[in-house]
Write a protein of this length. Structure first.
Length: 333
């Protein structure tokens, strides 16, 4: 296939209405290429949750690479915060009112999607969810098997604690499927397979500062806590920061999710026991590939799950500065 120069835009919340209303250019070109040097087969709207983390940047990288390879003009928009459901819904609706061939959505709210999904069906615009599933919808989903991620974390926690003790859980916002499903997978395994007790459970909204705050609450209420599970990397880093500030030096396993380099460095330093990988680059690359496949008239059936691995001190080094590569995936009906 002829390689086609990508056009990818990152538009902050204040720019989205200008872009889609036609008050700003519809495209911007990498390396200042003139219009006649650019070509693409499809225009795809990509609505992310936010772009304030290393994971978000890995999604962007995967989108850009796949867009170039598959001849897609991917227009990327996102709210400032992944908890800003209203701002994201405005962006989704504006994107559906534009001339996109398909739309990729990483919903801030997995539950309340009916309004824009109905609109997409009325306008015959295919919808794909990336990273975050939409509950109650039948759109193709490309991302991690998040319940399995929770199970992997629980198995490792049980191994480290010899199947007994007390743990705390910090989750991201539970209206988003990844955090709800990871929590479910973790709790189901812990309750069914171990003598570990979950004594503290709270939403920390995927926030470093909330991780810091909640860690203070955990040790105030349960000073002898044996382990902490966080459903993303940012909260886990907040836990580490607060424990260092409180000068808590006893071995307390902290397990998180994602492959952020700063969290992997904490594994190598012995501050975090392990992370369950979530490869944003692969998820994004596979999503754009699935969209292009569909628009080319090929079938895209079921969900596409990107493989997740347990990262510990034994294998952490290979995850630092590694080249992106598509992991084993599976389709489910």
């Amino acid at each position: 296939m002829k390689r086609i120069k990508r056009t990818t835009q990152i538009i902050q919340i204040g720019m989205i209405l200008f872009l889609l209303a036609g008050c700003a250019p519809q495209t911007s070109y990498d390396n200042n290429q003139p219009d006649n040097m650019l070509n693409y087969k499809y225009k795809v709207g990509v609505v992310l949750k936010a772009m304030d983390s290393e994971y978000g940047l890995s999604l962007k990288s995967g989108i850009e690479t796949a867009s170039e390879e598959f001849g897609v003009n991917s227009i990327i928009v996102h709210p400032i915060s992944e908890t800003d459901v209203q701002a994201q819904n405005i962006m989704i609706n504006d994107m559906l009112n534009s001339d996109v061939d398909a739309i990729v959505i990483m919903p801030c709210d997995s539950y309340n999607t009916e309004q824009y999904m109905n609109k997409a069906k009325e306008k015959d615009i295919p919808v794909f969810s990336m990273d975050t599933e939409m509950y109650g919808q039948d759109e193709p989903y490309i991302g991690s098997n998040n319940q399995e991620i929770g199970t992997i974390a629980a198995e490792y926690m049980s191994e480290l604690l010899n199947g007994k003790g007390s743990v705390a859980v910090l989750a991201g916002t539970l209206i988003q499927s990844p955090h709800a499903d990871r929590l479910m997978g973790f709790k189901e395994y812990i309750e069914a397979e171990t003598d570990i007790h979950i004594v503290y459970e709270a939403e920390a909204y995927s926030s470093f500062l909330e991780g810091v705050k909640k860690t203070g609450e955990i040790f105030e209420m349960y000073p002898d806590i044996d382990g902490i599970f966080c459903t993303n990397a940012t909260m886990a880093l907040g836990v580490v920061d607060r424990m260092e500030f409180m000068d808590i030096n006893r071995a307390i396993p902290i397990i998180g999710v994602d492959t952020q380099s700063d969290s992997i460095h904490k594994i190598l330093d012995g501050k975090i026991a392990g992370m369950v990988s979530q490869n944003g680059y692969d998820i994004a690359y596979e999503t754009i590939g699935a969209v292009a496949k569909y628009l080319n008239g090929e079938k895209v059936e079921g969900n596409i799950y990107i493989k997740s691995d347990l990262i510990t001190k034994k294998n952490a080094l290979k995850y630092l500065n590694s080249e992106p590569s598509i992991k084993t995936k599976e389709n489910t009906q």
